[in-house]
Design a protein around this ligand. Structure first.
Ligand SMILES: O=C(O)CCC(=O)C(=O)O
Length: 296
């Protein structure tokens, strides 16, 4: 399983306002040695437009917590997953069997955990539990480490701008500092860190595999004045030759196909070269594939 590892600090991500480094007239770094390396004013190019600035009191989003040691194939687990994924695509898992510290072990453990979660998602969609496990058994996945430094003006900027993950499934480890927010019913809601729990969310490619039943939602990371924050994201992606299309059971249930057949490299190329990821990336991609006469 080849894994691309990308590390970013919050100043380097693709979801951010465009930077004009040549015209940067931002104040110098704070020179007080007793204070962390904190600028009193953030540089202009990090300030988001008013309509996208973070709000101060973001209510918590209640997401189901699944215990993988006891709940893997219970009807209760299927119901909780179906409810969460039909609404916003986010849930938490504990007792997930991932304890390795070494990076490659961690990636292998993540890949294996993601296949277990695929079984759950399959069952929640009324599909044979092996179906999605088989589809992702071999995968081309991506690992990203995020570092969000302290910020003197967290109300003006974002650590990671709003985006939907174009990948299939994301498993996020966040440290004890909160920052992750999800847009649900047009309101930003926080997912607070719970020790030993991973945050799992559906990406656009799995939304397409579920024929739109399971949702890939807009999310972002905010920063704060008190504590730097780190998170580690594992993005499960199909192997490059796999054709992304929903299984027939799902199509029979949902009526017609919502998205054309595609492969992960086609979608990746679209998000990297043609389109800034947002809430309608998958729909725009589908139109692009159709306009290009299904180049698969
Ligand atoms: O750090 C977080 O909480 C979110 C990270 C994220 O959305 C990403 O890496 O794409």
């Amino acid at each position: 399983m080849p894994i691309i590892c990308v590390t970013t600090s919050s100043a380097e991500k693709e979801h951010e306002p465009k930077q004009d480094l040549d015209n940067d007239q931002s104040p110098p770094l704070n020179s007080n040695p007793f204070l962390p390396n904190l600028q009193s004013q953030i540089p202009n190019q990090f300030i988001w437009p008013d309509e996208e600035k973070p709000s101060i009191d973001t209510p918590e989003l209640n997401v189901p917590l699944l215990d993988l040691s006891t709940q893997v194939s219970t009807p209760d687990a299927s119901r909780l997953i179906a409810e969460a994924c039909t609404k916003h695509g986010f849930f938490l898992v504990i007792n997930h069997g991932v304890s390795e510290k070494v990076f490659q072990d961690y990636c292998d453990a993540m890949s294996s955990l993601s296949l277990n979660i695929m079984e759950l998602l399959g069952l929640s969609l009324g599909v044979n539990r092996e179906y999605f496990r088989g589809f992702f058994e071999e995968n081309d996945s991506i690992m990203r480490l995020n570092h969000y430094p302290l910020c003197a003006q967290p109300d003006l900027t974002l650590g990671t701008g709003p985006h939907c993950d174009p990948t299939s499934l994301t498993i996020l480890h966040q440290d004890h500092v909160s920052g992750l927010q999800v847009l649900v019913d047009n309101q930003w809601r926080s997912i607070l860190p719970i020790p030993n729990a991973f945050v799992v969310n559906i990406g656009d490619t799995f939304m397409a595999l579920s024929n739109g039943i399971f949702k890939s939602c807009l999310h972002r990371a905010v920063v704060n004045r008190e504590c730097a924050r780190r998170s580690m994201a594992f993005f499960l992606c199909p192997k490059k030759d796999k054709v992304v299309k929903p299984p027939s059971e799902i199509v029979e249930k949902t009526g017609e196909r919502r998205y054309p057949d595609f492969t992960w490299p086609m979608f990746l190329e679209f998000t990297q070269n043609h389109y800034r990821s947002d809430f309608s990336t998958l729909d725009s991609f589908a139109s692009w594939v159709i306009a290009n006469k299904n180049p698969i």
